[in-house]
Design a protein around this ligand. Structure first.
Ligand SMILES: Cc1cc2nc3c(=O)[nH]c(=O)nc-3n(C[C@H](O)[C@H](O)[C@H](O)COP(=O)(O)OP(=O)(O)OC[C@H]3O[C@@H](n4cnc5c(N)ncnc54)[C@H](O)[C@@H]3O)c2cc1C
Length: 462
C-alpha cells in the first residue's frame, strides 16, 4: 500500500509535543464568544411554536418564524447551553451547497440539482443579508473556498472553473504539499461559529422569542405537549432541531449517528509567519482525500486545522469522554506541520472534538409527525452551517401545511435509509472508514465495499 504526503513528511515528535502542550480541551469558539445565561423552564406554559434544540437549526427556525409572523408566540428549549454542540464546534465554512457537494446531490437527484444549487446560493445570500440586517457580529467573510490536491491522483478530480496549477495554488496559500487546486470564490463564507450561535440567539430574543437553557425535553406528548423535568409547554406546533442527539420520535432513532471529528486552534500567527504563507484572500481550504483536512484563519489570525480522523464509537452516543483522543490530536498536529512547515514551533491553544450529524444520504432530511403538528430537520453530515437555515424554512413550510418550492423537492419528500442497529452499525461504519483510508493510500481506488456502497447510493466521496 502507498503512503500519503502526511506520512512521507511527518513532523518531528518534539514539534508535535510543543504544539499540544498547554492546549485546552475546550472548543475555541464558545470560549471566545460566551453567551448570556438563560433561565430553565419551570411550570406550565403555552406557545404557538415550541422549538427543541438551541443549535443553528433551532435558532434559525426561531428567527425565521418571527420574521414570517411577528405575532407568533415562540419558545425555544435547549438541553444545555445555546450553541454548545456542533454549532459551537465546527469549522465555520458556511457553504451554499444543500446536498454536501454537487456530486452527492447530482447522484441522488439529477433532475433537481440545478434547482438545489440555486436554492443553496439564495440561502447563502439570505444569510449574508440577515447578518447585515441585524448587524450581527459574526466575523462574516465571503472569502470563497480552495480545494487542494495533495497527491497526484487527486489532480484528475480537478475539473471545471477555477482550476489552478501547483504554482498558482501556492501563490494563494503557500504549502509545499499542493500539486494543484480549485478556487470557488462565491459559494463559501467563513464565520465565527460561536458568535453565529450567540448572535442568532440575540436576534431571536430581540424579535420576542423566549429561550430556556438547561431544559432537556424528556417527552413529546399528545397535544402536543413538550415536557421537561420541571415544566411543560402546551404547543400549537413543535419543531425538532435536535440533530444527532436521541430523537424524541422513535422513527428517527436510527436515522443519524455521531461520527467524531477533531480540531486544533493555534495561537495567532505572527505577521512574519503569515507573510510566509501568503493567504491574503483568507479562503477556507480543504484537501481532496476521502479523509480530508479543513483549515482557515480566524479574524485574529489563528489557524484552525481540523478533520481527517472521523471516529465512530460503538453504541452511537454523544459523550464528553470521546473528545480526548490524543492520537487524533497528534495526527492533526503532524499534518498541520506537513502542510505548513513554516509554522514549526507554533502552539495550539485549544483542541476539541464534535459529533458529525451523519445520515446515510450525507445531507439533511425532513418530515412531520403527529398529524403535521411536529416537524424535524436532521442529518446535515458535517455541512450544516449554511444548510440549517434552509432546513429551518422547510420545517416552517411543513408546519404551515404550505406547498412551496422547497417542499415540492424530491430531496425534501424522500426519507433516507436508516442505519442498521448495533452491532451491525459499528461493523459497517468502521469498515467504510477503513476502506476510505485504504482508498487514500491506493491512489483513490475504491475497494469492493466502497463500490458496493456507491451502487446502493450509500457511497461517499468527500
Ligand atoms: C467538528 C465539526 C466541524 C464541522 N465543520 C463544519 C463546517 O465547517 N461547515 C459546515 O457547514 N458544517 C460543519 N459542521 C456541521 C455543523 O456544525 C452542523 O451541521 C450544525 O451545527 C448542525 O446544527 P444543529 O442545530 O442541527 O445541531 P447542534 O448544533 O448539534 O444543536 C442541537 C441542539 O439540540 C439540543 N438538544 C438535543 N436534544 C434535546 C432535547 N431532548 N431537549 C433539549 N435540547 C436538545 C442539543 O443540546 C444541541 O444544543 C461541523 C461539525 C463538527 C462537529
Amino acid at each position: 500500500m502507498g503512503t500519503t504526503v502526511f506520512e512521507r513528511h511527518p513532523a518531528a515528535a518534539s514539534s508535535i509535543a510543543t504544539m499540544l502542550e498547554g492546549s485546552r480541551l475546550d472548543p475555541f469558539w464558545t470560549d471566545d464568544a460566551p453567551g448570556p445565561e438563560r433561565p430553565r423552564l419551570s411550570g406550565s406554559h403555552r406557545a404557538d411554536l415550541v422549538i427543541v434544540g438551541g443549535g443553528y437549526s433551532g435558532l434559525w427556525t426561531a428567527v425565521l418564524a418571527k420574521e414570517r409572523d411577528p405575532h407568533l408566540d415562540v419558545v425555544l428549549l435547549e438541553g444545555r447551553r445555546v450553541g454548545w454542540a456542533a454549532s459551537g464546534r465546527n469549522g465555520g465554512f458556511c457553504e451554499a451547497s444543500l446536498t454536501h457537494g454537487r456530486e452527492n446531490g447530482e447522484s441522488r437527484w439529477p433532475d433537481e440539482i440545478d434547482e438545489l444549487d440555486r436554492l443553496g446560493m439564495e440561502n447563502l445570500d439570505q444569510i449574508e443579508a440577515t447578518v447585515g440586517r441585524y448587524s450581527m457580529d459574526v466575523d462574516w467573510q465571503r472569502a470563497g473556498a480552495l480545494a487542494v490536491a495533495v497527491e497526484p491522483h487527486q489532480l484528475e478530480w480537478l475539473e471545471g472553473d477555477g482550476v489552478l496549477d501547483a504554482e498558482a495554488t501556492r501563490a494563494l496559500v503557500n504549502s509545499p504539499t499542493y500539486l494543484g487546486g480549485q478556487l470557488s470564490p462565491d459559494d463559501t463564507a467563513l464565520v465565527h461559529p460561536g458568535k453565529l450561535a450567540r448572535e442568532l440567539a440575540r436576534v431571536a430574543e430581540q424579535l420576542g422569542v423566549r429561550i430556556f437553557e438547561r431544559s432537556p425535553v424528556t417527552a413529546l406528548e399528545d397535544g402536543p405537549v413538550v415536557r421537561t423535568r420541571d415544566g411543560h409547554v402546551r404547543a400549537g406546533k413543535v419543531a425538532l432541531a435536535t440533530n444527532v442527539f436521541t430523537s424524541l420520535l422513535k422513527r428517527n432513532r436510527l436515522m443519524t449517528v455521531p461520527v467524531y471529528d477533531y480540531a486544533l486552534m493555534t495561537e495567532p500567527l505572527t505577521p512574519a509567519q503569515l507573510a510566509e504563507i501568503g493567504w491574503e484572500g483568507r479562503q477556507g481550504v480543504a484537501d481532496m482525500a476521502n479523509q480530508f483536512h479543513y483549515y482557515r484563519l480566524t479574524a485574529d489570525d489563528r489557524l484552525l486545522f481540523g478533520g481527517y480522523d472521523a471516529i465512530y464509537h460503538a453504541g452511537g452516543r454523544v459523550k464528553a469522554s470521546y473528545q480526548d483522543r490524543r492520537e487524533s490530536y497528534e495526527k492533526l498536529a503532524s499534518h498541520l506541520l506537513t502542510t505548513f512547515p513554516q509554522l514549526d514551533g507554533i502552539r495550539a491553544t485549544h483542541r476539541w472534538a464534535g459529533a458529525i450529524d451523519t445520515s446515510t444520504r450525507f445531507c439533511a432530511f425532513w418530515g412531520t409527525a403527529r398529524g403535521g403538528d411536529v416537524a424535524y430537520s436532521l442529518g446535515f453530515t458535517g455541512l450544516g452551517v449554511g444548510a440549517t437555515r434552509f432546513g429551518a424554512n422547510v420545517m416552517l413550510d411543513l408546519l404551515a401545511g404550505e406547498q412551496t418550492e422547497r417542499t415540492r423537492l424530491r430531496m425534501v419528500q424522500e426519507r433516507p435509509l436508516p442505519f442498521p442497529p448495533e452491532p451491525v452499525a459499528s461493523l459497517g461504519i468502521n469498515a467504510t472508514r477503513w476502506s476510505l483510508d485504504r482508498a487514500d493510500h491506493r491512489e483513490g481506488r475504491r475497494n469492493l465495499l466502497l463500490r458496493g456502497l456507491d451502487a446502493v447510493g450509500l457511497g461517499f466521496d468527500s
